[in-house]
Design a protein around this ligand. Structure first.
Ligand code: GDP
Ligand code: IMO
Ligand code: MG
Length: 448
């Protein structure tokens, strides 16, 4: 069967932790979109692994696949693989030959386009990894794919077509003096050809490329268990998120089929688990109706949650913005993804607060809305209708992890029941700390 893990909010919900836990029952773990903009943290036996490209299941020795929907920076990939090998692991990662490759000029353009957009408040606060420009080239049919790295003639042809256009864009539209900048190599065809040929050779010599759709479908028919690991989250999905403050791919469950080559009928027969953070956090820009930033005391509370929850970007180290849980956002995620279950993380971070609120609905033009408006401007006009919950005290979370759900503070259970009811979805797990042992598991999606 298949289990698809999807972020329900704005990314960084703790997906890596759950992929790690349920990945124990999977044979293959698949990323289906995004690239090294993701930052997934897995803590095992006190060792923290931070992965941006290698699927989190690699920590458990599973086969990891980067599907055709991903954009792959080979430099990041090999750095991560080498680091994991230095840590004593033997990651087995395969790349879809149909996946697109991030080139150095994509990263340069990501930076300068963001800067240009910032004058008009349109910058998304990207991770600077070249994600958007690479997906642009994919859609513009001028991208370079993993399979192209294996064929020198094709690679050379593709570079000779794309690079002069990218150079003209940088020079003529954005005014970059490429030759006299630190980025000259990023737009030099010979340099790019030599570097990416070498990556191609390494991929070939380590037999790392596959026809992913076929590879995965064969595994599925052969009774292997497949775990699809979404990166980012539903509200930064390019179609269903808060455009334009989004990433350039589809983290939502439909992306698992398109981005892997496994049929939607197969994925739809499996489980789709939404990962929910018990409050909101956000790197990047755009409106955030339940943000805690209005008064000094709200900002103090946000600082407390940020420090306690370690809310600093895994990829960029940026402090994350903090808000109360946004229920219309979660209802939207339930509908767009068809969750069969959810995991709620960071319940421990809210312990010990004087008050806990949730944005239950929005008020917009005198009406109450239970889900998100389709434009980000209208969303920014929404005022949250808050619902208060009785707070819960700090407890011995290690003991809770050992004793199970019933040992959770009663008020925390009430909060969890509310989330589950509003999302019409059962709770499969509750995160009460970052470690593998600090999750209360109620159900295993592979056993549904
Ligand atoms: P991802 O991108 O969704 O995989 O999430 P990240 O790894 O970027 O961010 C989640 C952070 O929260 C990581 O530092 C995790 O170790 C940590 N984390 C995950 N679940 C919990 C939890 O239940 N409680 C606490 N305190 N931390 C958690
Ligand atoms: P994980 O998988 C949180 C955000 C960026 C920016 C927008 C576009 O760890 O949950 P991009 O570099 O993708 O073009 O940036 O998306 N963003 C994330 N926010 N978690 C992530 O990944 C993110 N990946 C991208 O901050 O607002
Ligand atoms: Mg992350």
């Amino acid at each position: 069967m298949t289990v698809t893990i999807v972020g329900s909010q704005l990314g960084d919900e703790g997906k890596g932790a759950l992929v790690d836990i349920w990945g124990g029952d999977a044979d293959v773990v698949v990323r289906y979109q995004g690239g090294d903009n993701a930052g997934h943290t897995v803590v095992q036996d006190g060792t923290e692994y931070k992965l941006s490209l290698v699927p989190s299941g690699a920590i458990r020795g599973k086969v990891g696949v980067l599907g055709n929907g991903c954009v792959i920076n080979p430099e990041t990939l090999f750095d991560e693989l080498d680091t994991l090998r230095d840590q004593g692991l033997e990651p087995d990662v395969r790349l879809a030959r149909r996946a697109h490759v991030i080139l150095p000029y994509h990263r340069v353009l990501d930076g300068i386009e963001e800067e240009a957009k910032s004058d008009d408040d349109l910058a998304a606060g990207t991770t600077g990894r070249g994600i958007g420009p690479t997906y642009e080239d994919k859609a513009g049919r001028r991208g370079i794919r993993v399979g192209d790295l294996l064929d020198p003639d094709v690679l050379r042809d593709r570079l000779e077509y794309a690079v002069p256009q990218k150079r003209a864009l940088a020079e003529e539209i954005y005014g970059l003096d490429v030759e006299n900048s630190e980025h000259a190599d990023a737009f030099d065809i010979d340099h790019l050809f030599a570097t990416y040929r070498e990556y191609g050779e390494r991929l070939k010599s380590e037999s790392m490329t596959v026809n992913a759709g076929e590879f995965l479908s064969d595994k599925h028919t052969g009774d292997d268990e497949l775990l699809f690991e979404g990166a980012q989250g539903t509200s930064i999905d390019i179609d269903h998120g808060i455009y334009p403050y989004v990433t350039s791919s589809n983290p939502t469950a439909g992306g698992a089929a398109v981005g892997s080559g496994v049929a939607p009928t197969v994925i739809g027969q499996g489980e789709v688990v939404g990962i929910v953070k018990a409050y909101l956090s956000r790197v990047g820009t755009g409106p955030l109706p339940t943000e805690l930033d209005g008064t000094d005391s709200e900002e103090e509370l946000a600082d407390f949650i940020r420090e306690k929850g370690g809310e600093f970007g895994t990829v960029t180290g940026r402090p994350r913005r903090i808000g109360w849980l946004d229920m219309p956002m979660l209802r939207h995620a339930s509908r767009a993804n068809g969750f069969t279950g959810i995991a709620v993380n960071h319940i421990d971070v809210l312990a010990g607060l004087d008050e806990i609120n949730v944005g239950h609905a929005y008020e917009l033009d005198g009406e109450e809305l239970l889900t998100m408006p389709a434009t980000t401007e209208r969303w920014g006009d929404c005022e949250p209708v808050l619902k208060s919950f009785e707070p819960w005290d700090e407890v011995d979370w290690t003991a809770v992890a050992e004793e199970g759900y019933e040992a959770m503070p009663a008020n925390a259970r009430e909060y969890l029941d509310y989330i589950s009811d509003e999302m019409s979805t059962p709770i499969y797990a509750v995160g009460i700390g970052p470690g593998r042992d600090e999750t209360v598991v109620l159900d295993n999606p592979f056993e549904q």
